[in-house]
Ligand binder design. Structure first.
Ligand code: TXA
Ligand code: MG
Length: 362
């Protein structure tokens, strides 16, 4: 299949003539049952008509993704919500007022018109209203309901730039809309509204504190940060070893000087054994690392920057065929909870905690 790549620039909600043409064509592709990758404010999505079971099957095939992993339905207008869910609880209205359009996904009991293929066999449906103007433009022209997982091959980091979408999806889908880089870089926060109190199934840039500020109490799925909670995560997708780089990633926590020492000593040993060693650091410590490839997520002070840069660096390490990776560790609160959730998953929960007394090389 030939995949058409088109740049779509938006100024606010208005599009150039060319952009309007491209969006209209992409909308037709969706309505005819085809697939279009598109930018959102989080990561690129791989869109198909959410009400067409055949489109859902094509999405799973293009991603190489197990079909028990449900898709998020993207809408562009509040009035479209009630057609696809059985009931809209008051909490949903409160959350929508505060965070839609934006990086928040809510889980509802599904209406009959949403096929099981879209929801991975579940009786619930995940819904999000993205804020990115290209995403909104596409949804409105594509029938109003766009099922879209992240536009990566299953097992790779979500794409934060169009070049990663092309890498993974060229030849597998009908069209790719290039709308620049995602400003957030991590997937949306998922909140389940079918339980009480509402529960966070996937942390994102809408943090627990932000949700509690408008909702009162919100719980959190224990599997989000724990390696062996003995429970299956409630968002089926979170059980897969997502976000995994090809090299073995270990996160090193502790006092900054000990962390750099540990990484340098262990990295040197790995290199003696023939490994290509990569380091995921921050601006504050970058000059001190010795490894084959050293990359910075930005300043420790800038959590949003760290979130934005993480997936691109993981992909770059794959491209450079790095076989051992060490990463600094981050506070698991606020946006840091989403960052650490993704980093721990990428590391298969390999985390080494050094205290001030540990000797490097131990
Ligand atoms: O930011 C995002 O949410 C991006 C952009 C494209 O919007 N999309 C995204 O989709 O990350 P995906 O498919 O990569 O992740 C969807 C997650 C999976 O972990 C899935 O299991 C969970 O949402 N999910 C979807 N429907 C669900 C449901 N009914 N109940 C529980 N979890 C659900
Ligand atoms: Mg994904």
């Amino acid at each position: 299949m030939d995949t058409k790549v088109v740049t779509v620039q938006a100024r606010g909600e208005t599009f150039s003539y060319e952009a309007e043409q491209a969006l209209r064509e992409a909308g037709e592709v969706l309505r005819a049952g085809g697939l279009v990758a598109f930018p959102t404010e989080t990561v690129y999505g791989l869109g198909g008509d959410a009400l067409n079971p055949e489109s859902a099957r094509k999405i799973y095939a293009a991603k190489g993704r197990p079909s028990d992993n449900p898709l998020i339905v993207h809408i562009a207008r509040m009035e479209d919500l009630k057609a696809i869910v059985r009931q809209v609880p008051g909490e949903a209205l409160v959350l929508a007022r505060a965070f839609w359009p934006g990086p928040l996904t809510m889980i509802f009991p599904k209406a009959d018109c949403v096929p099981r293929e879209t929801t991975g066999g579940l009786e619930t449906v995940a819904v999000r209203m993205p804020s990115h103007p290209v995403a909104r433009g596409l949804i409105l022209r594509g029938g109003g309901y766009v099922a879209a997982p992240s536009a990566n091959l299953s097992g790779r980091p979500s794409p934060t730039a169009v070049r990663y979408v092309i890498e993974d999806m060229d030849g597998r889908i009908d069209m790719i809309l290039d709308g620049g880089e995602g400003e957030i870089g991590l997937e949306s926060t998922i909140v389940d509204l079918t339980v009480s109190p509402p529960q966070i199934l996937r942390p994102g840039s809408v943090t627990r504190d932000m949700l509690e500020a408008v909702l009162g109490q919100v719980s959190i799925d224990r599997t989000i940060l724990e390696a062996d909670s003995g429970q299956a995560p409630r968002a089926p997708g979170m059980k897969y070893r997502h976000y995994a780089p090809q090299g073995e990633l270990t996160i090193i926590a502790g006092p900054a000087a000990r962390v750099t020492d540990y990484i340098n000593v262990h990295g040197a040993k790995d290199r003696e054994q023939g490994h290509k060693v990569g380091v995921i650091g921050t601006d504050e410590a970058l000059a001190q690392y010795r490894a084959d490839v050293v990359r910075s997520l930005g300043s420790r002070q800038d959590e949003a920057g760290i979130a934005r840069h993480l997936y691109g660096i993981l992909r770059e390490f794959d491209d450079l065929q790095v076989t051992r990776i060490y990463s600094e560790c981050f506070e698991a609160s606020g946006l840091g909870q989403a960052i650490m959730n993704r980093l721990l998953k990428a590391a298969g929960h390999r985390l080494i905690v050094l205290d001030a007394a540990d000797q490097a090389g131990e």
